[in-house]
Design a protein around this ligand. Structure first.
Ligand SMILES: NC(=O)c1ccc[n+]([C@@H]2O[C@H](COP(=O)([O-])OP(=O)(O)OC[C@H]3O[C@@H](n4cnc5c(N)ncnc54)[C@H](OP(=O)(O)O)[C@@H]3O)[C@@H](O)[C@H]2O)c1
Length: 241
């Protein structure tokens, strides 16, 4: 694979696994997240394995930051072929808690962050005449449970956004939405309530798959012939009902 791929949320979990997997396949990866130290460590790891990676500090809730990530791809490689929007947060809790700051953060990162990525990359993709948006939703987009309501709503929004984008861009650009189930990452640590965090950890212990599985699904979508679009991949561990 010789594609130039920008990945938000690349500093840990699924985004990190995507970066490692695609770089090992020969992609030139542009790593975007807020945690610069982690991004730089990942760049070192990929370059030590003779891969190509650059880091760009990005807060996806800031529109201009996404433009910086896309610009970095063009400056280093002259183009951007794929944008993987993976940055996400899950400070879940009951609506009754009225944790409005957490609601804002989930909307800003999980949903608006994806929109800002589209705003930054779409003009570049249009000019190139090719490009691929890959957005990370969740199985929680279709099946919510108490305490996860706002998180699920942001992921349902990503699902709808991705399907509408796919239809609007049909014949021109590719759009894929990936809906993972429980995945072994830092995600339970986003939850401040001790009891709820312990419950999520327990569920993760029972059901979670390795982030590499999601990374490989993304690689599959990218490697299809240019006239083939994988619209959605839903991927869970065998244990998850
Ligand atoms: N783990 C699961 O069970 C699961 C299941 C379904 C879907 N997902 C989705 O998978 C995606 C990745 O999550 P993960 O499980 O890999 O969790 P994770 O290990 O906590 O990774 C989250 C990533 O998002 C980045 N991020 C958070 N806020 C950001 C911001 N404002 N700007 C830029 N980057 C930001 C983090 O980097 P910094 O903190 O360095 O910015 C980190 O790289 C999320 O969209 C999540 O909703 C996860």
């Amino acid at each position: 694979m010789t594609k130039v791929v920008a990945i938000t949320g690349a500093s840990s979990g699924i985004g990190e696994a995507v970066a490692l997997h695609l770089a090992a396949q020969g992609a030139k990866v542009v790593l975007a997240a807020r945690g610069e130290d982690k991004l730089n460590a990942l760049v070192d790891r990929i370059t030590a394995a003779e891969g190509s990676a650059v880091a760009v500090p990005v807060d996806v809730s800031r529109r201009d930051d996404l433009a910086k990530a896309v610009d970095a791809a063009r400056q280093h490689h002259g183009r951007l072929d794929v944008l993987v929007s993976c940055a996400g947060v899950m400070p879940i809790g009951p609506l009754n808690d009225l944790a409005v700051d957490d609601w804002d953060q989930m909307v800003d990162v999980n949903f608006k962050g994806v929109l800002y990525g589209i705003a930054a990359a779409l003009p570049v993709f249009r000019k190139q005449g090719s490009g691929h948006f890959i957005n990370i939703a969740s199985t929680a987009a279709r099946k919510t449970t108490p305490n996860q309501t706002v998180y699920s709503a942001t992921k349902a929004a990503v699902l709808a956004l991705s399907d509408g984008l796919r239809q609007e861009l049909a014949g021109k650009l590719r759009v894929t939405v990936i809906s993972p189930g429980f995945t072994e990452t830092n995600f339970p640590n986003h939850i401040s309530d001790d009891k709820l965090r312990a419950q999520m950890r327990e569920a993760a212990d029972e059901f979670a798959m390795a982030p590499k599985a999601v990374a490989e699904a993304i690689g599959y979508a990218i490697e299809q012939p240019e006239d083939v679009n994988i619209g959605e991949i839903v991927i869970r561990s065998l244990n998850q009902p």
